[in-house]
Design a protein around this ligand. Structure first.
Ligand SMILES: [Zn+2]
Length: 349
């Protein structure tokens, strides 16, 4: 018997059909495929063609032998953010369903068009940023349909969610995460904060962005948060590479959260992160060739040169400086630059 079982969409739907998994933790069989407690199943969420092409989302469900919460882990919202994608392949093999309490729901590659098309920020199909499309719609373009599928088939089913990002293909990034202190639901804010400590982040951006309208949640994390599910957006990895240390940090963070939630045995030593309450994404004033002058994790003083922009011949046309004393969370480390695009993010306490 292969350990890897493939699950059709119908199976996923029936597993998700009704309420809390903990309350109905029995075997689950449909057709030739069984997802019983203590079992693992992988397959695709199919996104049919609409106004543009079809796509599909590879997912894995690891159903623990015992009842417990459901944690969703999403990689590949941006297709060139690959360290989490490789990490979740490893996690799938590492988590033994027999040792698991609850259910782990893994989205291996949320944005397949971007992953296979090797794009940054935007889908090559509709030129939209998936992490601005939430909660999505089934009648929109492919990014909107992906967002809708993840909202209805993943986020609605989980108790906790982590949207795992990294520096994009052009971004040299030091690890950090976004904790949302939205102020709408103190319980959710607090539980998400505990997840942030469990993940082991050294740097936490305190995001107070508020989108109280569920119909315009914009981000994956906010979509979960507004539905009462504590959520994080993690950033671990850089420059389109599955750098081994960064892959390991993603695996380790996920395992730590699983232990924190009581889904795997073992204690978690909470991190003592730096809480970064002020941050700014610096954008390019012109189109041209970007020459970064700092590296990820550098400390910068107000006014320090972050990078210089030249025209295509090499003559300087702009200088980007740090807006305040802080740390470089990420800097764009590849030369192509269009006016208005991010060049770096600086943050401070
Ligand atoms: Zn991202």
């Amino acid at each position: 018997m292969p350990t890897q079982r493939f699950m059709q969409w119908g199976i996923v739907a029936s597993l998700f059909a009704s309420a809390p998994l903990a309350a109905q933790h029995g075997p689950l069989t449909s057709g030739r495929i069984t997802a019983a407690p203590g079992a693992r199943a992988s397959g695709f969420l199919e996104i049919p063609a609409g106004v543009d092409e079809a796509t599909r989302i590879p997912i894995t469900i690891i159903r623990g032998a015992r009842p417990g919460p459901t944690l969703g882990l999403i990689a590949g919202t941006h297709g060139s953010e690959v360290a989490p994608i490789v990490a979740l392949q490893r996690l799938r093999a590492l988590v033994n369903p027999a040792e698991l309490s609850g259910t782990l729901l893994i989205v291996h590659v949320a944005n397949m068009p971007s992953f296979l098309g090797r794009t940054i920020y935007y889908s090559p199909v509709d030129r939209k940023n998936l992490n601005r499309m939430y909660p999505g719609t089934s009648s929109g373009t492919v990014s909107q349909r992906i967002a809708h599928a993840i909202t209805t088939e993943i986020i609605e089913r989980v108790d906790y969610l982590i949207d795992m990002h990294s520096g994009d293909g052009n971004e040299s990034l030091r690890p950090y995460l976004y904790w949302n202190r939205m102020g709408e639901n103190a319980r959710v804010d607090s539980l998400a904060r505990e997840m942030a400590l469990a993940w082991g982040a050294t740097h936490v951006i305190v995001d107070t962005t508020r989108f109280p309208d569920r119909a315009k949640a914009v981000y994956t994390q906010h979509t979960a948060h507004l539905r009462g599910k504590p959520a994080l957006t993690t950033e671990t990895g850089y420059l389109g590479q599955p750098e081994p240390v960064m892959v390991e940090r993603n695996v380790d963070g996920a395992l730590r959260v699983l232990r924190h939630l009581g889904m795997l045995p073992g204690a978690v030593e909470k991190g003592r992160p730096v809480w970064l309450g002020r941050y700014e994404v610096l954008t390019s004033p012109e189109t041209g060739v970007w020459h970064h002058a700092v590296e990820r994790g550098h400390t910068v003083a107000e006014g320090a040169v972050i990078g210089r922009l030249t025209d295509f011949f090499g003559d300087e046309i702009a200088v980007v400086r740090a807006p305040f004393d802080g740390e470089v969370m990420y800097v764009v480390a590849t030369p192509a630059m269009s006016k208005g695009e991010p060049v770096a993010m600086v943050a401070r306490r």
